[in-house]
Design a protein around this ligand. Structure first.
Ligand code: ZN
Ligand code: ZN
Ligand code: ZN
Length: 359
């Protein structure tokens, strides 16, 4: 790795949501790194007292669905014991996700990802992960069909206490709401505006760029090479149908996004046979992250086309994706005060390290 890369200090504009800019400042840490070692991971496969473990099915809130339907379950969906939303309950002014106020109804459910208590995503088999995505998809379809007031079904996972997970048993969550999270709204609207101007999807353009872009940037005065961007520099993993890339303007040091290679605005339109490849790409990406930042706490979020008349005609311009955001640093006062994210590892370096992991 050369010196210049270490000295990166520049503001990068998120091409999709320009208001979400990032200061990439690798020379000195403007953002406190987590001092403590990663929270010790609970690696136990079965815990007698855990309500999410097999055999304790009567200790969870009511079951909504399970997979497989017969025999031992591998994945279960249950009601959330402490929902942030309830059916037709008025919770005025509730702050959700990125500062979106919800007053009204919605659903909050828990998906018990795996019967293995402390199993990490990279330790789950690809066929299991493919089934998990099938379960996400089926539940989204059911929720939208149940209530046409719902505009967004957010599927996400919190892993580790810093990422907001309150249960150590591996799980994901679903929040179905009549409002669209602000960041998803911005992505959808901005990518539609981009499409109107350029007649192609900005996400597809980013993927093409990640795969093919090559350029050299010289210092104006000395003529020294400041940065070389080469083919595939932002690619972390690539499968037959999916790609994992390190965004050029990553908010988090180890943030990685997974997108379908073929244009598709809506996760619900993904075909069953594509999930095997998605599972593989996710599994390998998580294994790379684990090898580089071992045991990190993270969130992942599924961003897909919302429902509702505001979003009609966004199928050509939006492109669904999974955002994986490991929490390896604590937001600084500067970040909280300015709204500008600070990233202390250049995305190029991070992608290189992730790619270098031998799996
Ligand atoms: Zn458990
Ligand atoms: Zn696209
Ligand atoms: Zn997104």
């Amino acid at each position: 790795m050369d010196e210049q890369i270490h000295a990166t200090r520049e503001i990068r504009i998120n091409p999709i949501v320009p208001s979400e800019s990032v200061l990439v400042a690798t020379a000195r840490s403007m953002r406190p790194q987590k001092e403590e070692a990663p929270a010790p991971r609970d690696t136990r496969r079965h815990v007698e007292t855990c309500p999410f473990c097999r055999g304790n099915e009567d200790k969870t809130p009511p079951e909504i669905d399970r997979f497989p339907q017969q025999g031992d379950w591998d994945i279960r969906i249950v009601e959330n014991l402490y929902p942030v939303l309830g059916d037709d309950r008025q919770i005025p002014g509730l702050v959700f996700g990125l500062q979106q106020a919800i007053d009204g109804y919605g659903r909050h459910e828990v998906i018990i990802d795996n019967a293995g208590h402390g199993i990490a995503v990279h330790e789950m088999s690809s066929p299991h992960l493919a089934n998990l995505f099938r379960v996400y998809q089926r539940r989204m379809q059911q929720l939208y069909a149940m209530d046409d007031r719902l505009k967004y079904v957010l599927v996400f996972k919190n892993f580790g206490p810093a990422a907001g997970a309150s249960m150590s048993h591996t799980h994901s969550q679903i929040i179905a709401t009549p409002v669209v999270p602000q960041n998803v709204h911005d992505e959808v609207i901005n990518s539609r505006n981009y499409f109107k101007k350029h007649h192609h999807c900005i996400f597809c353009a980013m993927i093409d760029e990640a795969l093919t872009f090559e350029t050299t940037i010289y210092d104006r005065h000395s003529g020294r090479i400041v940065r070389q961007i080469s083919v595939g520099q932002y690619v972390v993993e690539k499968g037959e149908h999916f790609i994992a890339i390190k965004p050029f303007a990553s908010r988090y040091e180890w943030e990685v996004h997974i997108l379908p290679l073929e244009h598709n605005s809506n996760f619900m339109l993904s075909k069953d046979d594509e999930f095997a490849d998605l599972a593989n790409v996710l599994q390998r990406t998580m294994a790379r992250l684990d090898a580089v930042i071992g045991g990190a706490q993270y969130n992942y979020f599924l961003h897909t086309e919302p429902h509702g008349e505001d979003y009609v005609g966004t199928d050509a311009s939006y492109h669904w994706h999974l955002e994986i955001c490991p929490r390896t640093s604590i937001p600084s006062g500067f970040e909280l005060g300015s709204g500008l994210f600070v990233n202390t590892v250049s995305p190029e370096t991070a992608a290189e390290q992730l790619r270098a992991v031998k799996l």
